[in-house]
Design a protein around this ligand. Structure first.
Ligand code: CP
Length: 353
C-alpha cells in the first residue's frame, strides 16, 4: 500500500497533539472527537456505556432503524484492513439513520499517491459530519482533526490507540460483572505493538480495575521490567508486570489474550510461534488458574493455536463473539454522542425525534 501520509512522518500522538489538562478533565464540554481513552473521564465512559445499553436495545428490534442521525454523513476511512471495526461502524451509522460511505486506501485516490492531507481536504469539501479513521501511523487521527470540521473517531492508529475497542471491552465486562472497580484483569501477549493493550490498560485502570500484563521481555516497552509495578510517571501507575503468564492469570476475573502483531513486529522478537504458544498462550490449563467464572476475551482477529487455543477461544468462558456484537451498540453510542451533541442519551433509547 502506498504511504498515504506525505505531510507528516510517523510520530507519536503526543508529538502531534499534546493535550491540555482541561481537554482531558472537562466532561462538561461536548467532545468533538474520540482519539484515545485518555480523552475521557470515568464519568464520560460510564455515560457512553449507559448509552450503549440503550443502543443495544435498538439493535434487538425487528426493525433496527432509528432516525437519530438522519441527514448526517459519516465516512469510514480505513488505511489498514479490518473486519470487526469497519463493519460495525458502518452498521452503527446505518442503524442510526446516517448516510455511511466507506473508503479504503486501495480503492481511493490514495493508491494514486494522494496525500492524507489532500484526501481529508477533499472529503471536507463534501460536507461530512464524522470521519472514522484507521491508519498505520500513530497520531494520524489528530493530524486529520486539524484539517476538517467533522468529528474524528480513531478506529485504530498504529500502535497508539483503539478507543472504541476498549469501550466495547469495558461494556462486555460490565455486562457480566456489574461494577468493574476492584476486578482483576490479565492482559497477555503482544503488549509492545498492541494499540488495544495500551487503550485497554488505560480504560480498565480508569474504571478502577487492577490490571496485570505479561509477555516476553522482547514484547515489553524498553523501560518496563517484568516483576515490577509501574509508577505514575509512566501514565499507567499501578500496572503490574507479571514474570510469567501463570502468575498473571492467577485468580483474575478476566483473561484477555492479545494477537501477535506480526505485521508490525521487527525480526527477532519471538524465537518461533510454537514456543510462544507453549510459554505465553492461553489454554485450558491456564484458564483453570483464573477464577472459576473468569471471562476469556480477545479483541480479534485471533491466531488460534498461537496466543489462544481453539478449545478456550470457543469454550464456555469465551465472550469473544459478545465483544463483536457489543461493538455495534458501543459505536452507535460514540457516533450519536459526537454527531448529535446536546441531545439526550438515555438507557432504553435515544432521542429519536
Ligand atoms: N479488533 C479489531 O480491531 O478487529 P478488526 O481489525 O477486524 O477491526
Amino acid at each position: 500500500m502506498a504511504n498515504p501520509i506525505t505531510t507528516i512522518d510517523a510520530g507519536t500522538a503526543t508529538d502531534i497533539a499534546p493535550k491540555t489538562p482541561s481537554e482531558v478533565e472537562s466532561p462538561s464540554v461536548p467532545r468533538r472527537h474520540l482519539f484515545d481513552m485518555d480523552d475521557l473521564t470515568a464519568a464520560e465512559i460510564t455515560d457512553l456505556l449507559d448509552s450503549a445499553e440503550g443502543m443495544r436495545e435498538i439493535t434487538t428490534r425487528d426493525i433496527r432503524k432509528t432516525p437519530a442521525l438522519r441527514g448526517k454523513t459519516i465516512i469510514t476511512m480505513f488505511f489498514e484492513n479490518s473486519t470487526r471495526t469497519r463493519v460495525s461502524f458502518e452498521q452503527a451509522g446505518k442503524i442510526l439513520g446516517a448516510d455511511v460511505i466507506n473508503i479504503t486506501a486501495s480503492a481511493s485516490s490514495v493508491s494514486k499517491g494522494e496525500s492524507l492531507l489532500n484526501t481529508v481536504k477533499t472529503l471536507q469539501a463534501m460536507q461530512i459530519d464524522a470521519l472514522v479513521v484507521r491508519h498505520p501511523h500513530s497520531g494520524a487521527p489528530y493530524f486529520i482533526s486539524n484539517h476538517t470540521d467533522a468529528s474524528v473517531v480513531n478506529a485504530g492508529d498504529g500502535t497508539h490507540a483503539h478507543p472504541t475497542q476498549s469501550l466495547l471491552d469495558l461494556f462486555t465486562v460490565r455486562n457480566h460483572v456489574g461494577d468493574i472497580a476492584g476486578k482483576k484483569i490479565a492482559i497477555v501477549g503482544d503488549v509492545l505493538y498492541s494499540r488495544v493493550a495500551r487503550s485497554d490498560i488505560m480504560a480498565f485502570q480508569k474504571m478502577g480495575a487492577e490490571v496485570v500484563v505479561s509477555c516476553p521481555n522482547t514484547l515489553l516497552p524498553d523501560e518496563w521490567q517484568l516483576g515490577s509495578t509501574l509508577d505514575a510517571s509512566t501514565g499507567f501507575g499501578g500496572l503490574k508486570l507479571a514474570r510469567n503468564v501463570d502468575e498473571a492469570v492467577d485468580g483474575v476475573d478476566v483473561v484477555m489474550a492479545l494477537r501477535i502483531q506480526q505485521e508490525r513486529q521487527e525480526a527477532g522478537h519471538l524465537p518461533n510461534l510454537r514456543e510462544y504458544s507453549d510459554r505465553w498462550g492461553i489454554n485450558t490449563k491456564r484458564m483453570a488458574l483464573a477464577n472459576d467464572d473468569a471471562l476469556l476475551m480477545h479483541p480479534g482477529p485471533m491466531n488460534e493455536g498461537v496466543e489462544i487455543s481453539s478449545e478456550v477461544a470457543h469454550g464456555v468462558q469465551s465472550v469473544v463473539e459478545e465483544q463483536v456484537q457489543n461493538g455495534v451498540a458501543v459505536r452507535m453510542a460514540v457516533l450519536y454522542t459526537l454527531c448529535a451533541p446536546g441531545k439526550s442519551v438515555r438507557v432504553g433509547g435515544v432521542d429519536e425525534g
